[in-house]
Design a protein around this ligand. Structure first.
Ligand code: SPD
Length: 365
């Protein structure tokens, strides 16, 4: 199935582009002031014996095939996995009171919202004996001081994947979505932050802008692109790109690498105007019913071979320093300088309503 050699080449190209584009987590301006957690790392009593079940709520296509089966076998725990396609879908479910989940996997910009609703339990570091494998870049991030509530899972970028056998010119600008030659053959992510954010970047604006005029312009751009789009679609676009039904797709880097592994004619790039860099991390809701099993799972994914297998299967960068030499692609971490043209998504605060309204209008048009 996967063409490993070509996949590795494409990954190196991805890394080269991240490196050519891409500020350390600790220095990134994430707009998180006043949004921090209320409890310090390691707080809480002992968790007791491991439970028999574990309920995960994760982004789709973000596991290696053997991650869950091997954990179930070793720990005698039955794991259920529900998946989602966007941070907003997951947050809506948690905020509506979904209570059975033990671990969920938000991107960094969602942390202030989850903290503001007091949804996250502090982690007991004493159960995380493999914590020392986390790369320094992912320690003490601004969105979770002291990593008190999260274990980093993966990082990546938002860019463009395209079929180089079907598209003559390299689509290295977000403006490609205006090109009528590709009508019906292009898709954008079903994700308001990435769609509106990319048109803000096209005009040289921050992808976290809450300026009404800048957002109005981004909306107009999105409406201009919409007639060309086959759909707003996230992870499921992989199959359409592999089949050649879609030629150009806004995609997350790892999902693009998964498609490249199946179809070597696909290439991934970060547009010249720049784009998103994201970091996703596992967190435990306060309502988690299986907290000891959750900690065992967190410690398990901190094992280098487990983290390496996840990175290799999913195409996302691993925050696990000890796993890096075990991965086929050995994706190095971006430096502060390299991150210059990439931007972390921030919580939009009061601006969220404006973004939501614009997104609803775009989708309804
Ligand atoms: N299939 C896994 C996708 C993970 C994407 N996470 C971050 C998205 C940021 N907009």
């Amino acid at each position: 199935m996967a063409n490993r050699a070509t996949g590795e080449l494409a990954r190196r190209e991805f890394v080269r582009r991240v490196i050519a584009t891409g500020a350390g987590l600790a220095t990134a301006n994430l707009g998180l002031a006043g949004c921090g957690p209320k409890v310090a790392a390691g707080a809480g009593e002992d968790l007791g014996p491991i439970e028999k079940g574990l309920n995960l709520y994760l982004w789709s296509d973000y596991l290696a095939d053997d991650t869950v089966p091997n954990f179930e076998k070793e720990f005698g725990v039955k794991v259920t996995v529900d998946t989602y396609e966007s941070n907003e879908e997951m947050a809506a479910k948690l905020m509506a009171g979904a209570s059975g989940y033990d671990l969920v996997l938000p991107s960094s910009y969602l942390f202030p919202v989850l903290f503001s609703k007091d949804l996250l339990a502090p982690l007991r570091r004493k159960y995380l004996t493999n914590w020392g494998n986390v790369a320094p870049l992912f320690l003490n991030p601004p969105w979770d001081p002291g990593n008190a509530h999260s274990v980093p899972w993966g990082w990546g970028t938002t860019g463009i994947a395209y079929r180089k056998d079907l598209v003559r010119e390299r689509p290295d600008s977000w403006a490609v979505f205006f090109d009528e030659r590709y009508r019906g053959k292009v898709t954008m992510l079903d994700d308001l932050r990435d769609v509106i954010g990319s048109f803000l970047r096209l005009r040289g604006r921050s992808l976290n802008s809450v300026d009404p005029a800048e957002l109005a312009a981004a909306k107009q751009d999105a409406l201009k692109a919409k007639p060309n789009l086959r759909a707003y679609v996230s992870a499921p676009v992989k199959a359409q790109l592999i089949a050649g039904d879609v030629w150009i797709a806004q995609m997350w880097s790892g999902d693009a690498q998964q498609a490249i592994a199946e179809q070597p004619a696909i290439e991934y790039l970060v547009p010249k105007e720049g784009g998103t860099i994201f970091s996703d991390a596992l967190v435990m809701p306060r309502s988690a019913p299986h907290q000891r099993a959750a900690h065992e799972f967190l410690n398990y994914i901190l094992r280098p071979p487990v983290a390496a297998a996840i990175a290799d299967k999913t195409g996302y960068g691993t925050p696990n320093q000890a796993a890096l030499p075990l991965t086929r692609a050995k994706v190095p971490y971006p430096t502060a300088d390299e991150l210059g043209r990439l931007e972390y998504q921030k919580d939009l605060g009061q601006g969220s309503e404006q973004w939501d309204r614009i997104w609803t209008e775009i989708k309804a048009a």
